[in-house]
Design a protein around this ligand. Structure first.
Ligand SMILES: Cc1ncc(COP(=O)(O)O)c(C=O)c1O
Length: 405
């Protein structure tokens, strides 16, 4: 008898992920299916890596056509698929950021940004934000805040400091003429979908620029339409010198992008920073098709429109369920902060056909593909309503629950 995928992975795959009891075998749009063909509405988007919808036919076709033509091609030669992707990408990036380096993950995009920022400024100090997540390789981890990810691997890269979120004084004291760069997620993702105030983001932008350093926007989770604008920095009015991208740019194939001006990017010389797979033709073909679909299908606007609807419906749930403390986020990057651990809520939602992420112990996070429709959001809300009710009854004494009903 054939072994189940879960049995094989449990036997041989490193135990580094907290696994959910589901084996996903196919998907279309905002829907996923398990091996028994049970349907789920996907509010995880593969941790934000599915932007235009699962297995989009145009993306699948671009991948298969390119795979038949050429799969391996190192960055030391030119390539038509890479050139096309770079041209489409720089067309949507902020105007001055027209030189890109392609890698294989978000963390690598951040590693690149750290090296570029240090070399371009001749400074070592990096300022990041408490609650930030920038990845788990050593350099990126040094910018990431949470000690649970960091403590076993110290000492990390030196000269990283973390300032309090939305705190003017901390920013003024820490950002100096010795700071190479400030790393900012325009909306903190792993940190619990926290949107900084426009005033504070502008202060960071001005402080680092006045100090002669660089602003690095980590748009790995927020970029590519997720928040209802192509890049979330647009909500804040900041002018980054370096942008890091990843996640959904190539519809789930591995990619990281670091973008800056020619002047900033070119401070690294030939050979100082390369990677075997960066700019792979199949990934680039997927990236080109993904950008086309994103624009042709108006998915950035859909993220804004359906995101507003989704948030309004989550706020309705907050009005109804006492265990919901707050609803926050932009576009289709949303969170519900609960008063309790949300693990069981996530499992119960999964059993009812809705996949949801967490972001810390008590936060439900929603990063659906940007093609999700309002009728699918309605289904998600109906399920959440039921599972929150169940959780509430389990946690709050019945006398209180009935008063609340
Ligand atoms: C804002 C941000 N930066 C960096 C990363 C790291 O990306 P990756 O997991 O592709 O290394 C992530 C991943 O969640 C992220 O959300």
């Amino acid at each position: 008898m054939m072994q189940l995928a879960s049995e094989v992975e449990d036997a041989h795959y490193a135990r580094y992920y907290a696994r959910k009891p589901i084996t996903i075998v196919r998907g279309t749009g905002a829907l996923l299916y398990d091996e028994k063909n049970k349907e789920y509405i996907d509010c995880t988007g593969a941790y934000g890596a599915c932007v235009v919808g699962h297995a989009h036919p145009k993306v699948a076709q671009a991948i298969s056509e390119q795979a038949r033509k050429l799969i391996a091609c190192h960055g030391s030669t030119y390539n038509d698929a890479r050139a096309q992707f770079v041209s489409k990408l720089t067309a949507i990036l902020p105007t001055k950021l027209d030189r890109v380096f392609l890698t294989n993950s978000g963390a690598e995009a951040v590693e690149t940004a750290i090296k570029v920022a240090r070399k371009a400024t001749g400074r070592r100090k990096i300022v990041a934000v408490k609650g930030a997540f920038h990845g788990k390789t050593h350099g990126a981890l040094s910018a990431t805040w949470d000690t649970k990810y960091r403590k076993s691997f110290e000492p990390l890269v030196p000269d990283f400091a973390h300032i309090s979120f939305n705190n003017d004084e901390a920013a003024k004291q820490t950002i100096t003429s010795e700071t190479a760069a400030v790393f900012l997620e325009p909306v903190q993702g792993e940190g619990g979908i926290r949107v900084p105030s426009k005033e504070w983001a502008t202060l960071l932008n001005d402080l680092i620029h006045d100090a002669g350093g660089l602003l690095v926007a980590d748009e790995i989770q927020t970029g590519f339409g997720r928040t209802g604008k192509m890049f979330a920095g647009e909500h804040l009015g900041v002018k980054p010198d370096i942008v890091c991208l990843g996640k959904g740019i190539a519809s789930g194939l591995p990619i990281g992008v670091t973008a800056a001006s020619d002047e900033v990017m070119s401070t690294l010389s030939v050979g100082e920073h390369t990677t075997t797979f960066g700019g792979n033709p199949v990934v680039c073909a997927s990236g080109s098709a993904t950008i086309d679909v994103l624009i042709e299908e108006g998915l950035v606007d859909n993220a804004a429109k359906v995101g507003d609807y989704f948030k309004a419906r989550l706020l309705e749930l907050m009005g109804k369920h006492r265990i919901v403390r707050e609803v926050r986020g932009l576009g289709l990057m949303l969170a519900v902060e609960a008063r309790f651990d949300v693990h069981q809520v996530i499992i119960n939602a999964l059993n009812e056909g809705v996949l949801v992420l967490d972001a810390g112990r008590n936060i439900l996070r929603f990063l659906p593909p940007l093609c999700i429709q309002t009728h699918q959001v309605d289904r998600v809300i109906a399920v959440l309503d039921r599972v929150l009710e169940k959780e509430e009854l389990a946690r709050i004494p019945s006398s209180i629950a009935s008063v609340n009903a």
